[in-house]
Write a protein that binds this ligand. Structure first.
Ligand code: GAF
Length: 387
């Protein structure tokens, strides 16, 4: 598949820019199995890469110009001067790739321009990290073409900086690290404090199960306030408890910590979610490593309840997916990603896929909602050079 995609993207590059690209790179979207809103609290996450990916055909230029073109937008390439890139100067899709060049230059890497054609199969606005895929694919291409010698986690940090400072979205480090570092057939157990990581074998098909992604097709946007409010609430909780980050509140001390927060009701709920969610990630890792895969279903359900009731970032459509899937026999289900819409994941026996899918589709139709997009997620490769 890589070769075929690279061929199509390379051909379009030739039409646009009149020459062969120097190379073609790919970076995937992700789903997060467990560990939500823990990444900006220095905690644990466990995403895996989707087969859906952003693909970029790229060549260097030596005149300081960056030209960006997307297969999704029927227009001429956007032309920017690398030296003029500045935070907040770009409000369109090009802010993600150009922000990466800005972050690389800020970090002291000399870049003299590029011609870029991008095509992505990661659904946008679905909570599946389409923006991180765009950032990481550009970062990897620049890393290779300009021989910068940066590792995957270093590229992820630079991409996060591009999104935080250049685009202005206060996201954590999970999505960029997932796109840069995931491996096929594995989930990535990541400690977001020091970015140490462990690849956990995650082959549901071999055990007769499937993981479905249900995109509710309700749109969310991280830049629009609610994400930032949760993040600020978590930081307030850490300050009140006298720790660097909520990751430093041990699960065993949670009750005492909540007690100390007194009548700070909202902060108490946020702290309870983050501390219990870190514990759930560790529990899922232990279950997977001991071969008790079916038992992770119950942990996913606990995670959803915590995001719905304590963190308060679910929505009726996500709850409908989770409730319907569980009522029709799923082993577990929860929302995934930032929340306020986007996607849910459903763990199901292979034999139950059709029944659960139909039940969810029927429930959406009965509620008068747009049909959800349901697909099976197979843990796929992280960012890489295709050609
Ligand atoms: C979004 C953010 F981009 C991530 O950093 C993470 O915080 C996630 O929401 C919630 O777990 O995807």
């Amino acid at each position: 598949m890589g070769e075929a995609v690279a061929g199509t993207v390379g051909e379009r590059f030739r039409e646009l820019y009149g020459a062969e690209p120097e190379g073609v790179w790919a970076a995937p979207g992700r789903v997060n199995l467990i560990g939500e809103h823990t990444d900006y609290n220095d905690g644990f996450v466990m995403p895996f890469a989707l087969p859906h990916q952003a693909v970029a055909a790229v060549s260097r230029r030596d005149d300081g110009i960056l030209r960006l073109h997307s297969a999704d937008i029927d227009a001429d390439p956007v032309e920017l001067r690398v030296a003029d890139l500045a935070p907040g100067s770009d409000k369109s899709w090009t802010a993600y790739p150009s922000g990466v060049l800005w972050a690389l230059r800020e970090a002291g890497h000399e870049l003299t321009g590029a011609d870029v054609h991008l095509a992505s199969t990661v659904p946008s606005g679905a909570g599946l990290s389409s923006s991180a895929a765009l950032e990481v694919v550009l970062a990897l291409a620049m890393n290779d073409l300009y021989a910068l010698g940066l590792r995957g986690w270093q590229l992820a940090r630079l991409c996060q900086r591009a999104e935080n400072v250049y685009v202005g979205a206060p996201v954590g480090i999970m999505d960029q690290t997932a796109s840069a570092c995931c491996e096929a057939g594995h989930a990535l157990f990541l400690d977001t404090r020091d970015l140490s990581q462990r690849q956990i074998p995650f082959d549901l098909a071999a055990e007769g199960m499937r993981l479905l992604v249900v995109d509710t097709r309700v749109k969310h946007s991280h830049s629009e306030g609610e994400y930032g409010k949760r993040r600020a609430g978590c930081e307030k909780g850490a300050a009140l408890l006298g720790v660097d980050a909520l990751r430093d509140v041990p699960y065993a001390d949670l009750d005492a910590a909540l007690e100390r927060l007194g009548d700070e009701e909202e902060v108490r709920r946020l702290v309870r979610h983050v501390v219990t969610e870190d514990e759930r990630v560790e529990r899922v890792v232990a279950l997977l490593e001991s071969g008790d895969t079916r038992a992770i279903g119950a942990v996913l359900v606990e995670g959803h309840a915590s995001l719905r009731d304590d963190f308060r970032i679910s929505c009726p459509e996500l709850d409908l997916v989770v409730d319907t899937a569980l009522a029709s026999g799923a082993l577990g289900a929860r929302m995934t990603g930032g929340g306020f819409g986007g996607s849910a994941i459903v763990l199901v026996e292979a034999a139950g896929v059709d029944a659960v899918t139909k039940a969810v589709e029927d429930a959406f139709a009965a509620a008068g909602l747009k049909a959800p997009r349901v697909f099976e997620a197979v843990p796929s490769a992280g960012a890489r050079r295709l050609v």
